[in-house]
Ligand binder design. Structure first.
Ligand SMILES: [Zn+2]
Length: 231
């Protein structure tokens, strides 16, 4: 009907690349210091759906005209540091810009890898894993540990300054790979007949994920967001 159609038209969905420097490239090379780490904003009306949170994501979001108050969801394509390093910054500093009563912001990304990758054949001796007790954490565990690392700071704010906790404002969860696909993180990371599946939906967007090749990691990558068709 008319009201809906006008609202849909005015949403002006578009993509804003906030940073495109993979790995440590923002740090070195001829453009050192001029680039930001990987992050992309899918903008629908006033709502921002962030894909990845690389170096400088908060500054870049601000320069693009948004604050964390605009965020509806944060989607992590995979857990490599160049895609996630400023997630803690976004949550801890970002929460101070959030209006009271705002619904929690979803952080959605890959689950626990489930197995370490096989050691490189070039290894003369077996490499020892980092944090052998939890060597392949997924998104929820990663976010929990990031916040745990800042507990001293966060508790000063929560207990003394009576500020909110980022855990009240950001809810991290793992993408669960559908059962029965034959998927295995090492033996079969990308089953041939694997189809994109829904990982998030609200009144503006539907987000699906699929598995793509990016050895040695498993990457259930948010891959598409589809707007309701404007009528
Ligand atoms: Zn990567």
């Amino acid at each position: 009907e008319r009201a809906h159609s006008m609202a849909s038209t005015n949403l002006n969905p578009h993509v804003a690349t906030l940073g495109t420097a993979g790995g440590p490239r923002w740090w070195t090379g001829e453009n050192a210091g001029k680039r930001a780490g990987i992050s992309t904003a899918v903008v629908v009306g006033e709502s921002v759906y962030l894909v990845d949170a690389g170096t400088g994501v908060g500054n870049q979001l601000m320069k693009a005209g948004f604050t964390p108050a605009n965020l509806r969801g944060i989607f992590l394509t995979h857990l490599h540091s160049d895609h996630t390093i400023d997630l803690a910054s976004l949550a801890i500093f970002g929460m101070f810009t959030l209006p009271a009563g705002k619904a929690p912001i979803s952080i959605i990304g890959p689950g626990d890898r489930g197995a370490l990758p096989p050691a490189s054949p070039r290894a003369a001796t077996a490499p020892q894993p980092v944090f052998a007790q939890n060597p392949t954490p997924g998104t929820a565990s990663m976010f929990e540990h990031l916040m745990q690392a800042y507990a001293t700071d966060l508790n000063d704010r929560v207990i003394d300054a009576l500020r909110p906790s980022p855990l009240d404002h950001f809810i991290a969860s793992d993408i669960e790979i559908p059962a029965g696909t034959g998927y295995h993180p090492n033996a079969k990371p990308t089953p041939a007949d694997f189809a994109p599946f829904e990982i998030y939906r609200d009144e503006l967007v539907t987000v699906t994920a699929t598995l793509v090749k990016h050895p040695p990691i498993v990457r259930p990558s948010p891959s598409a967001s589809t707007l309701p068709k404007a009528r």
